[in-house]
Design a protein around this ligand. Structure first.
Ligand code: COI
Length: 354
């Protein structure tokens, strides 16, 4: 299978789009008319197909349901002011997808086929890309083990799919975050850096506990001392302390290498801040707060974009912020949006034309 081999296309008879309004659309609830599908069988990828979006038949013994060989990505497509469709940094997502695949003992997807699949599918679904600010076409590529057997071993067969969802913001309002010091998300040597489905399932209990206490998400800390900050449930995290922007480093393999995280680091540096990727302890954050140096706290992610954090709670210590007075996070968001919607030049080559 090479990208030169044509992707088979089976079109729907009538689009669902006329029944859906793309204005103020919630995150991840509606899906476009078609999906991309490709199976891995006999040690190689088979003929890819774009076909109508519909449920997938699964044998109850399907391996992914039992042992969790399942990975995914989150990417976004936008329309520029001339109505042309662009994808934000898809090559970086493809590389991260394949790094997740390697860690989960799954086959990698050749980058050219992945990219051609994205392009062809989005091209077909261009009308589904919302025009509204903070809205986009969310792209969800994913892969799962599809062997029908319940022995514990890596599957021989896999299914790779790409589905699309026109979407609005994931978080609508500034967030309250609970610094977690009982449960853990990731350990060195584990799968924290992979976008493995199980990482999200494993986080749900602790997140639900934090929600019972009135918080939106947890901020994970390291597994050994619960001292060093890792990431929030669905986003990486940044702290503006004095004139520095600090975000936890990726060194221990316990943090997702966010593509928005990387884009934000570039943008912060452009705004003149010193950007540091390093170990950051909760004690350092608290002392910065006490001395008035902790200016802004925000999360970054494909779905979350830039999400302001208005409260952080660690044990009995609560840090509250007046997010309306912030300048940096809104400016970063504004600059990234201008690039995404084609309102300013994209000096980094982040926007890839469909
Ligand atoms: C994303 O930001 O794309 C994510 O995958 C986070 C979440 C929606 C699971």
């Amino acid at each position: 299978m090479t990208a030169a081999d044509e992707i088979k296309i089976k079109k729907i008879k009538e689009s669902k789009l006329s029944q859906i309004s793309l204005e103020n659309i919630p995150f991840g609830k509606y899906f476009t008319d078609h999906m991309f599908e490709m199976d891995y069988h006999n040690g190689e990828w088979q003929q890819p197909i774009i076909r109508p979006y519909e449920p997938i038949m699964m044998d109850p013994s399907t391996a992914a349901l039992h042992y969790g060989q399942a990975i995914f990505e989150g990417i976004k497509a936008y329309k520029n002011k001339d109505g042309e469709a662009f994808i934000f940094r898809p090559h970086d997502n493809i590389k991260r997808f394949n790094a997740s695949a390697v860690r989960m003992q799954m086959p990698t997807v050749p980058e050219d086929i992945f990219m051609e699949g994205l392009r062809t599918l989005i091209n077909l679904e261009q009308n589904w890309i919302p025009n509204q600010e903070d809205h986009s076409l969310y792209i969800r590529p994913f892969m799962y083990s599809s062997d029908e057997m319940i022995g514990v071993r890596p599957s021989e067969d896999y299914k790779f799919l790409i589905i699309l969802s026109p979407t609005g913001p994931y978080y609508n309002t500034p967030m309250r975050i609970y610094v977690e010091e009982q449960y853990v998300r990731a350990v060195p040597g584990g799968v924290g850096y992979a976008k493995a489905a199980g990482n999200y399932g494993a986080a749900m209990y602790a997140t639900a506990q934090a929600k019972l206490k009135g918080y939106d998400q947890v901020l994970w800390t390291d597994a050994f001392e619960h001292k060093y900050i890792q990431e929030c449930g669905t986003m990486n995290v940044f702290f503006i302390i004095g004139d520095k922007a600090i975000t936890p480093d990726l060194g221990a393999g316990t943090i997702l290498a966010g593509i928005t995280r990387d884009s934000v680091m570039v943008t912060l540096a452009q705004l003149g801040l010193t950007v540091e990727e390093r170990e950051l302890s909760i004690d350092e954050i608290i002392s910065a707060h006490q001395s008035g140096l902790l200016k802004e706290v925000f999360g970054t992610g494909t779905a979350a974009t830039i999400s302001l954090i208005k409260e952080l709670k660690y044990k009995d210590y609560i840090m509250s912020f007046d997010v309306n007075s912030w300048k940096i996070a809104p400016e970063v968001k504004n600059r990234l949006n201008q690039i995404r919607y084609g309102q300013i030049e994209d000096p980094y080559g982040w926007m890839v034309k469909v």
